[in-house]
Write a protein that binds this ligand. Structure first.
Ligand SMILES: *[C@@H]1O[C@H](CO)[C@@H](O)[C@H](O)[C@H]1NC(C)=O
Ligand SMILES: *[C@@H]1O[C@H](CO)[C@@H](O)[C@H](O)[C@H]1NC(C)=O
Ligand SMILES: *[C@@H]1O[C@H](CO)[C@@H](O)[C@H](O)[C@H]1NC(C)=O
Length: 382
């Protein structure tokens, strides 16, 4: 019968279509393929933060991922070389450096380093980059391993600087952590640049915790603090400077967040705000969210490692390294170590910013010391 034949043909066609669909899903589906750049080209991740806000920790979450080429604060070289400018004046040079590094063009460092042959170790905090500690940069570790900075520094420091470009190009993701941006405007052109697939992770932290952490690292931050304050520095008394710095920091973090809210939809989905306190409260869930945002799989050995480094005992030996420590406890340290009067002064300076970011003020010394009292309110995501 004619219609039976027609039915058979139709079923056959449909089966073929389904098979074809499955085949394409297999080819282009979300299944994970280690080391392979995605078909849309590399993903660029900017971890945007301020000093002492947990950004080394978040940087390590990306650095230790075997699909990520990571650099920590490359703009340190800009601020170190062009130190006569203030933060605002240097921002465009910082942006251009970031742009080049995202494209794996490392010749940009020529502007900030001595000419001639140099080693990898000329790059600020190079050993914080697992990618620079493993092939093709350094043959002594595996790409898939968790690599400690101390071990890397010992055995990989003599590798040539030039290997950085090839290394960068062998990854599907390029991530940079930077603390030297003070508004989002400087980044608009990078967000719109068709040669980049920029995703911004904006990491913030309770200003009271930032303040306390800055106190403990004041000398190391001195050079940067000068640049942040610019000409205001000399007119201020020593004891007032930390508060003025916090004012600039709180204001700029708030401005970045507000500007991100106003981005057109297509760009706003490339911005993610994360609070350090939420991250340490639930590291696995939050890390998973960060990876998902930029299209990285949360591999089993990374899950174990994240658990390890956030639940270790003690407070962490070195202030600029990410090692095993009780991250929850560290994030609350200001509550027993800062004098209440300092806290009140800070809360006044950073009131708007704290309000927008969901950090509740303490209204008495008793509340400050009472760790059962939570000081986070839910955050309205932009
Ligand atoms: C986690 O910590 C344990 C105990 O210190 C250690 O044996 C293990 O290698 C660590 N795992 C990772 C992935 O860091
Ligand atoms: C947090 O650290 C402080 C100071 O080291 C210590 O007194 C306190 O017991 C710790 N709390 C927890 C929950 O680990
Ligand atoms: C600490 O805060 C908790 C939660 O708000 C409250 O129930 C408790 O009474 C407070 N304790 C003191 C000593 O203030």
């Amino acid at each position: 019968m004619f219609w039976v034949k027609k039915m058979r043909l139709l079923v056959l066609l449909m089966l073929q279509a389904v098979a074809l669909l499955l085949f394409f899903q297999y080819l282009y589906g979300p299944s994970y393929c280690p080391g392979r750049a995605e078909k849309s080209g590399p993903v660029h991740v900017l971890i945007l933060s301020s000093w002492r806000s947990g950004s080394s920790f978040v940087g390590q979450l990306f650095s230790q991922h075997p699909d990520v080429f990571y650099l920590m604060e490359p703009a340190w070289h800009v601020w170190g070389t062009l130190s006569s400018g203030n933060a605002e004046q240097l921002q465009m040079a910082v942006r251009d450096l970031i742009h080049s590094v995202f494209l794996c063009d490392m010749t940009v460092f020529d502007a900030y380093m001595d000419q001639g042959p140099r080693t990898l170790s000329k790059v600020f905090q190079w050993e914080a980059s697992r990618a620079l500690c493993s092939p093709p940069s350094c043959p002594l570790f595996k790409r898939e391993a968790i690599i400690s900075q101390d071990n890397c520094r010992t055995v990989c420091a003599k590798q040539p600087f030039n290997i950085m470009e090839e290394t960068c190009k062998s990854y599907s993701h390029v991530a940079i952590k930077e603390v030297r941006f003070f508004n989002l405007k400087a980044l608009y052109s990078l967000l719109r640049d068709p040669s980049l697939n920029l995703h911004i992770i904006h990491l913030i932290r309770d200003p009271r915790a930032v303040f306390r952490s800055r106190q403990r690292t004041e000398k190391n931050l001195m050079h940067d603090s000068h640049i942040v304050m610019g000409s205001q520095w000399n007119g201020l008394k020593n004891e007032n400077r930390p508060y003025h710095l916090m004012k600039v920091i709180c204001q700029s973090q708030k401005e970045i967040y507000k500007a991100a809210k106003l981005l057109p939809d297509s760009l706003r989905e490339r911005y993610l705000l994360i609070r350090y306190e939420d991250l340490v409260h639930d590291p696995l869930t939050q890390t998973s969210k960060l990876y998902e945002f930029v299209g990285l799989p949360f591999l089993p050995h990374l899950q174990t490692w994240v658990q390890n480094i956030t639940q270790g005992k003690g407070m962490g030996g070195h202030a600029f390294q990410t090692n095993s420590r009780n991250a929850q406890n560290v994030s609350q340290a200001w509550r027993w170590s800062l004098p209440y009067n300092d806290v009140v002064r800070l809360q006044n300076i950073c009131r708007d910013s704290m309000n927008v970011m969901g950090y509740l003020p303490v209204l008495s010394e008793q509340d400050q010391r009472n760790l059962s009292l939570g000081l986070l309110s839910p955050l309205g995501m932009p």
